[in-house]
Design a binder for this molecule. Structure first.
Ligand code: 13P
Ligand code: SF4
Length: 346
C-alpha cells in the first residue's frame, strides 16, 4: 500500500516535494489507511487540507456542504474529520451513535468563536418571529438556537427558502453582505426601519438580512488593492473569491463561490491563470491535480486552524481514539433540526 500511495503522491507532488519527504508522508498515509480499514472508519477531508494529506487518506474531500452530506450518509462506525471543530461537530450532530474524531483539539475557527448561544437568544428577543439562519461555521449550541443552517454553497438558496420579510443571518458579516447582494436584499446590522412606499405613502417592509459582526480571520485580509495590483501585473488573470471575503473584494472578483464551486470553476472555465482568494492549500491541491492550470495565490494568508490537522495527528487520532467529539444530547437534538432542514434544501 505504501508504494501505491507513494506513486500517487509522486505523480501529483513530485515536482515540488522532494522524494525523501514523499516517502515519509506515504508511510504515514499507508498506516492511516490500514487502521481506517481495520476500525471501519471513514475519513472526510476538507478542501483546505495540506496536499499530501488531501491526496492520500480522505475517502471523501469537499466543501462544508459536501462533507456534511457525506457525514449524513456514512455507514462506518468511526468518522475522522480532517477539518475544523465545527465541521466535526456537525458530523456528530448527524451521527450521535458513531464515534467522531478530530485529529487536533486546536482546530477552531474565528467565525465559530464570534457568537454565542446567548447572543442568538438576545437577537430573537429583539426580533421576535424572525427566522434565524446560522452559517455552518458555528458551534452546536449556536446551531441549536437556529431555525436553519447554511453553508457558503447554499446561503442564497436557504435565505430564499424562508418566505419572510426579514431574516437573521449569523455570524459572518461578509457572507451576509454577499448573500444580501446575491438575493437582491438589503442588509442591516442590526435595526428594523420600515420605510414609506414612494407610491402609496403606506408602510412597506423592506426585505432585510439582519447580520452579526463575525469575520473569517483569513478571508477578511484580502483587499481590493491587492487584486488591482495583481491585475496590473497579470492583466489576463481571472479572480475567484470565497464569499467570506468582503463585499468589495467579491465585487472586484470575477467569480465567487464555496471552495468546491471555486474548484469546479477552475476545472471548467479555461483561463490563462487564476487568482484564488482563499486558504492557500486549496490552490496547492488544485495545482497538484491539474498541473496544466496556472494558479496565483497569496500564501502569506493561511488558516492556522486548518493547518493544525496533519498526517501525524490523524494517525494518532485513529491509534488512540482521540480527540472524541462529544455533545450535550439536548443541544445535539436541537441542533439537528436546522442542519437537517439545510440538507433537505440542498
Ligand atoms: P466551504 O464551505 O466553502 O468549504 O468553506 C468553509 C470555510 O471554512 C471557508 O473558510
Ligand atoms: Fe474559519 Fe476562516 Fe479558517 Fe474557514 S478559513 S476555518 S472560516 S478561520
Amino acid at each position: 500500500m505504501t508504494e501505491q500511495i507513494y506513486a500517487k503522491l509522486k505523480s501529483k507532488l513530485g515536482d515540488v516535494v522532494p522524494d525523501v519527504e514523499l516517502r515519509v508522508k506515504a508511510e504515514l498515509a499507508a498506516k492511516i489507511n490500514r487502521l481506517k480499514e481495520e476500525k471501519n472508519a471513514v475519513i472526510l477531508g476538507h478542501n483546505y487540507m495540506e496536499p499530501a494529506l488531501f491526496h492520500s487518506i480522505p475517502d471523501f474531500t469537499g466543501d462544508s456542504l459536501e462533507l456534511c452530506r457525506k457525514a449524513a450518509g456514512t455507514d462506518k462506525d468511526i468518522i475522522v474529520f480532517c477539518g475544523v471543530k465545527f465541521m466535526a461537530e456537525t458530523a456528530k450532530i448527524l451521527n450521535p451513535e458513531k464515534t467522531v474524531l478530530i485529529p487536533s483539539p486546536k482546530a477552531g475557527c474565528s467565525l465559530a468563536e464570534s457568537i454565542t448561544a446567548q447572543d442568538v437568544r438576545q437577537l430573537r428577543e429583539k426580533y421576535p418571529g424572525v427566522p434565524v439562519v446560522t452559517y455552518i461555521n458555528t458551534y452546536a449550541d449556536v446551531k441549536a438556537e437556529s431555525d436553519i443552517c447554511c453553508t457558503s454553497g447554499n446561503a442564497a438558496k436557504v435565505v430564499e427558502s424562508l418566505k419572510t420579510d426579514q431574516v437573521i443571518f449569523l455570524p459572518d458579516e461578509y457572507l451576509a453582505r454577499n448573500t444580501a447582494a446575491e438575493t437582491g436584499k438589503r442588509i442591516i446590522i442590526p435595526s428594523r426601519t420600515p420605510r414609506p412606499s414612494r407610491q402609496t405613502g403606506a408602510e412597506q417592509v423592506t426585505y432585510e438580512l439582519i447580520g452579526w459582526h463575525g469575520r473569517c480571520e483569513v478571508h477578511e485580509r484580502f483587499t481590493v488593492e491587492e487584486i488591482k495590483t495583481i491585475r496590473r501585473q497579470f492583466p489576463d488573470v481571472v479572480v475567484l473569491a470565497h464569499p467570506e471575503c468582503s463585499r468589495e473584494v467579491v465585487e472586484e472578483a470575477d467569480f465567487s463561490g464555496s471552495t468546491a464551486a471555486m474548484i469546479r470553476y477552475v476545472e471548467e472555465v479555461n483561463a490563462p491563470r487564476y487568482l484564488l482568494l482563499t486558504e492557500c492549500s486549496m490552490g496547492d491541491n488544485i495545482a497538484a491535480a491539474r498541473p496544466d492550470k496556472e494558479l496565483l495565490r497569496l500564501c502569506s494568508i493561511r488558516c492556522p486552524h486548518m493547518a493544525e490537522i496533519t498526517l501525524e495527528d490523524t494517525l494518532a487520532s485513529l491509534e488512540k481514539n482521540r480527540y472524541l467529539v462529544e455533545l450535550d444530547e439536548d443541544i445535539r437534538r436541537r441542533a439537528l433540526k436546522p442542519v437537517e432542514r439545510m440538507i433537505a434544501i440542498g
